[in-house]
Design a protein around this ligand. Structure first.
Ligand SMILES: Nc1ncnc2c1ncn2[C@@H]1O[C@H](COP(=O)(O)OP(=O)(O)OP(=O)(O)O)[C@@H](O)[C@H]1O
Length: 259
């Protein structure tokens, strides 16, 4: 579904290189987790896949369903079925959740040749989506994220994912700031939404969400590169040992030897 090939990315404004040769393949039906220390480039990778304009790809490629998406703007990528849940969800005062989501849903439906929903049909459609994340109906009529608690904002991101039903979701630290009950609800929602036709990539610092969402692959990002990949056990090891043991591996790989 997604193939990232030797991706190098700089900050558009000042040319600082953030991603230094990322390779990552995500197939349909898979759940991936990307871990790594602060500032290693995890959020940048998510944003670049979604088409954030602050970054420039200097070499490499991103293929979605076998086609390069580098020339597509963020809206076009969303129409294809790529979704990014933000680390810091934005507030949009004056625009209700319901209005934003129906607009987004219908724009994507139109692009994908599906039927658009009128306000009443949309109400019916979102009802069971609300249940997936155990969110109260009142949230539909509130301005997007305005005055939401940190945990409510994160839950709202998963609600958006539930409504838009994307093929590929990048969830950037969706687990941070969640109490244990909310974490379980959000994890249940993600598991519910991740099926054999879809793929999910979780960016996380903590192994704990992976107790509820079992990833097929865990990757460690260090200084703009994925330096190690493994299964769920790798996340457990990271929790226990931190990242220092990998820093050595990363420098070995930089010197051209195997890691
Ligand atoms: N738009 C930008 N302008 C300048 N520097 C940037 C920009 N975006 C990212 N960076 C820098 O790139 C590096 C990687 O940032 P990124 O947010 O991708 O890291 P991260 O791995 O997600 O970190 P964290 O775990 O702290 O969220 C950081 O040093 C950051 O300051």
């Amino acid at each position: 579904m997604l193939e990232i090939k030797d991706l190098h990315v700089v900050v558009e404004e000042d040319g600082t290189e953030i991603l230094k040769g990322v390779n990552l393949t995500i197939n349909k039906g898979e759940i991936h987790a990307i871990m790594g220390p602060n500032g290693s480039g995890k959020s940048t990778l998510s944003k670049v896949v979604a088409g954030h304009p602050a970054y420039e790809v200097t070499s490499g490629d991103i293929l979605f369903e076998d086609e390069s998406i580098l020339e597509l703007d963020p809206e076009e990528r969303a129409h294809l079925g790529i979704f990014l849940a933000f680390q810091y969800p934005v507030e949009v005062p004056g625009v209700t959740n319901k209005t934003l989501l129906r607009q987004a849903y219908n724009t994507i439906a139109k692009e994908q040749g599906r039927e658009e929903l009128d306000p009443l049909e949309f109400e019916d459609y979102v009802e069971d989506r609300l249940e997936i994340v155990e969110m109260k109906k009142e949230f539909l009529d509130r301005s997007v994220n305005a005055g939401f608690s940190g945990g409510e904002k994160k839950r709202n991101e998963i609600f958006q994912m539930a409504v838009l039903n994307p093929k590929l979701s990048f969830l950037d630290e969706t687990d941070s700031g969640l109490d244990i009950d909310a974490l379980k609800v959000v994890a249940k929602g993600i598991n519910h939404l991740a099926d054999e036709d879809k793929a999910v990539c979780l960016v996380t610092h903590y192994q704990r969400i992976l107790d509820y969402i079992v990833p097929d692959h865990v990757h460690v990002m260090l200084d703009g590169k994925i330096v190690k990949s493994g299964d769920k056990e790798l996340a457990v090891k990271l929790e226990d040992k931190g990242y220092d043991w990998l820093t050595d591996l990363a420098s070995v790989s930089v010197n051209g030897e195997s890691n």
